[in-house]
Design a protein around this ligand. Sequence first.
Ligand SMILES: [Zn+2]
Length: 111
Amino acid sequence: MNEQTVTSPIKKCQQCGRMLPQAALSCFSCGAYEFEAAEPPDSGKVYSYTTIRVPPEGFNDNQPYNVVVVEIAEGMRLLAIQTEDVEGSLEINDSVGLEMGATGLLTAKKR
Ligand SMILES: [Zn+2]
């Protein structure tokens, strides 16, 4: 594994302070092109999820697992995986904690 720094999935507009997805090229509010780093989100609400029982190559260690769409306070929806308490534990609108792993993959844990 290389030593590349893992970046947060969100960033902050330097001009107006709006939080944006890391992939945004310019600010959705003011059009600025300068951004600053933002801490990865640590919580959100379940917008939707699906259970993966036949994982793709590389995800065999945790099966089944949930792929969770989490709506964070900043108004964005991010993808996370849930590997503990998978079967039947999540409901739409549940609060979940988010943790960013060393590979940049967000993990959701029910609160
Ligand atoms: Zn802005």
